[in-house]
Design a protein around this ligand. Structure first.
Ligand code: HEM
Length: 261
């Protein structure tokens, strides 16, 4: 066996052959467009990995484990937001020069982004319509629909801290999105007051959530400045569609109580 090297550990030769612009002659900015989307997909992979750990941390009541991993996912979110600056250096006319080559391909079809939403608790079965059953990863997404979400495991965590959770939350239909619940909010509020170390976790969760909304906002602005009022390649109305989820928090219970502190 040859000794392990940087390149073969990371499978770099394979990785670096995966950027294949479709325009001929190649449009200069298409390389950036591909690299940035691939980078995003890699960065979606990591939070998916982290949230699996967070689910376990929550259910076993491992506060510091959850704090550690939320800190990481929050920091990744900041990177995802920051990277939009790079793509904004591409002008509308530059994008138009190769946009037709994308045909109907669209971020709509990002299985990992949707997995992240479902895993967190924002399950939208309507989103499945854009992921055809033969897409790679469609089965993973389907499985996510029937899995307990990060928020369901967060309920477990609240119970490990003495929280009294209502039956409608514990026996909810897990194929649906988590909904805000007043009893859960009261338990969170009580912990904010009684347990400073748990409040650190709540704040990190809020940071992450705000980061995701920031990403949505920056993505919309990117779309607006690059294609204006055009429809999306995925067939949506574009900006008006994206605005629907703009201010939608994941951890709605954490946002609902802030005026009560
Ligand atoms: C020039 C740059 C971009 C444009 C013009 C653009 C445009 C759009 C549009 C119009 C949609 C709505 C669906 C549709 O009809 O196609 C969409 C959705 C989406 N895009 Fe982008 N996008 C860009 C860059 C990116 C980047 C860099 C990412 C990173 C992964 C991304 C990820 C997504 C995701 C995940 C959705 C689904 C969002 C949701 O359903 O809430 N997009 N994009």
């Amino acid at each position: 066996m040859p000794p392990l090297t940087y390149a073969n550990y990371l499978d770099l030769e394979k990785l670096l052959t995966l950027q294949n612009p479709r325009s001929t002659p190649a449009e200069h900015d298409e390389m950036l467009f591909i690299v940035i989307h691939q980078t995003y997909e890699l960065w979606f992979k990591q939070p998916l990995h982290e949230f699996e750990k967070i689910k376990r941390d929550f259910s076993t009541g491992d506060l510091f484990g959850a704090i550690h991993s939320f800190k990481r996912t929050r920091t990744i979110m900041k990177t995802l937001v920051g990277q939009i600056d790079i793509l904004e250096t591409m002008t509308p006319s530059s994008f138009s020069s190769f946009r037709d080559r994308l045909e109907t391909a669209s971020g709509f079809q990002s299985v990992q982004f949707r997995e992240l939403e479902f895993l967190l608790g924002y399950k939208r079965s309507s989103a499945m319509a854009h992921v055809k059953p033969n897409f790679p990863g469609a089965d993973r997404l389907q499985n996510r629909l029937t899995e307990r979400t990060v928020i369901d495991h967060f309920y477990d965590f609240l119970e490990t801290r003495g929280g009294n959770l209502p039956e409608e939350v514990k026996k909810r239909d897990i194929t649906k999105a988590n909904e805000p619940n007043e009893q859960v909010q009261r338990e969170i509020l009580a912990l904010y007051k009684s347990s400073p170390e748990v409040s650190i976790l709540f704040e990190l969760m809020t940071d992450f959530d705000e980061g995701l909304q920031e990403w949505r906002y920056r993505h919309i602005k990117l779309v607006e400045r690059t294609i204006g009022a055009k429809k999306g390649t995925g067939g949506s109305l574009g900006v008006p569609f994206l605005k629907e989820s703009l201010f939608k928090p994941i951890f709605a219970d954490l946002w609902a109580i802030r005026h009560e502190m």
